[in-house]
Design a protein around this ligand. Structure first.
Ligand code: FA5
Length: 331
């Protein structure tokens, strides 16, 4: 029996073959198991010797099977390692890098400059209550100034914010003066041409304290513009009107667009309007419970796309949102 077993063991090629032999000899109906069972039919005096023999063979078979099993497992592992080996000389796949969107780049640059001047950064909701977007900014329901910004209405009382100015109210409601912050974010207007898109970005700014004057406003904005565009950029303050500031101004900067072919002034008369600004209207302070006799402040709201247009000499605002990879790759 030992001999036959060893012959069979030699022909084993894999773990499946091995398991077949194991069943054949040691399984429930296997040769050794049946031999042990048939011991009862053997005369009692022969049983101990025969039983001992069978158990010896059983043990021998078990040991051989275990040995063979570990040999086969080892070989299989070797085969697997060989077939899975890596060719480290193969050249890698090229994964192209993305770039920041030019609007995000300008937003971070603007934010950095104001942080250096001691402003904190605040946020407000894009879906806004009529109260914050208009009412508390001194634009009552029947006021003609509501037409200055074409509004997307969600319902009677809820709008997509048309500017970042509502954040002024939200912050002043929460905090006592002095306050000094900017509020960057998306705003929405029903408006579209080469300098207007229905969604665009603004950065609001507000500074309130005792004794703030218009010259503080001019000083902060000029310092900002010089850092953004260089010392030589032409800046112009034009008188204007906003219900939430008095007096109000609009700020233009000299608009010169340059490309490989040279430089030219913008289509819009050589100036591009980039922000509205002014001294906070005392009516607004009353809405948030600040005493206008004690405090004064200035506010501004700038269009980020317009700043990016000047910075990168882009003459059509819509390019920012067409997602043409050839355009975006340049930044
Ligand atoms: C306002 O939105 C005021 N909230 C600004 C303000 C804040 C004034 C605080 C006083 C105090 P205005 O509608 O002018 O103002 O917009 C401000 C700037 O956003 C503009 O100067 C322009 O640069 C930009 N802008 C306005 N409409 C669009 C548009 N449709 N697409 C791109 N940029 C725009």
């Amino acid at each position: 029996l030992k001999q036959t077993f060893l012959e069979e063991l030699k022909s084993v090629r894999n773990l499946a073959d091995l398991s077949n032999i194991k069943v054949k000899y040691l399984g429930k109906k296997g040769i050794i198991t049946s031999d042990l069972k048939s011991l009862s039919k053997v005369p009692p005096e022969e049983r101990p010797l025969l039983g001992k023999r069978i158990n010896e063979i059983k043990q021998f078979i078990e040991t051989e099977l275990d040995l063979q099993e570990s040999r086969l497992k080892h070989e299989e592992l070797k085969r697997q390692l060989l077939s899975e080996s890596l060719d480290i000389t193969l050249s890698g796949k090229f994964i192209p890098f993305g770039t920041l969107h030019p609007i995000n780049k300008v937003l971070s640059e603007v934010t950095e400059i104001f942080i250096k001047m001691g402003f904190s950064v605040e946020e407000g909701p894009e879906v806004e209550l009529d109260y914050y977007n208009f009412e508390a900014l001194n634009i009552p329901r029947d006021h003609p100034a509501r037409d200055m910004q074409d509004t997307f209405y969600i319902s009677d009382d809820i709008v997509l914010r048309t500017h970042t100015s509502p954040v002024q109210i939200r912050v002043m409601e929460k905090r006592k003066p002095p306050v000094r912050f900017i509020a960057p974010g998306k705003v929405y207007r029903c408006d579209a041409d080469i300098t207007h898109t229905p969604m665009f970005h603004q950065v609001e700014g507000l500074m309130v304290d005792k004794g703030i004057t218009f010259s503080n406003l001019k000083g902060v904005l000029e310092a900002f513009l010089h850092q953004m565009f260089g010392e030589n950029i032409p800046v112009r303050f034009r008188p204007s009107f906003f219900p939430f500031t008095e007096p109000s101004a609009e700020v233009d900067i000299g608009c010169i667009l340059c490309n490989g072919a040279g430089c030219r002034v913008c289509k819009t008369s050589g100036w591009l309007e980039i922000m509205g600004a002014g001294m906070v209207n005392p009516r607004v302070f009353e809405y948030v419970g600040y005493d206008p006799e004690e405090y004064s402040g200035f506010a501004f709201g700038m269009g980020i796309e317009r700043i990016a247009m000047l910075k990168y000499s882009i003459d059509d605002i819509r390019l920012f949102f067409e997602n043409d990879i050839r355009f975006l790759k340049q930044f």
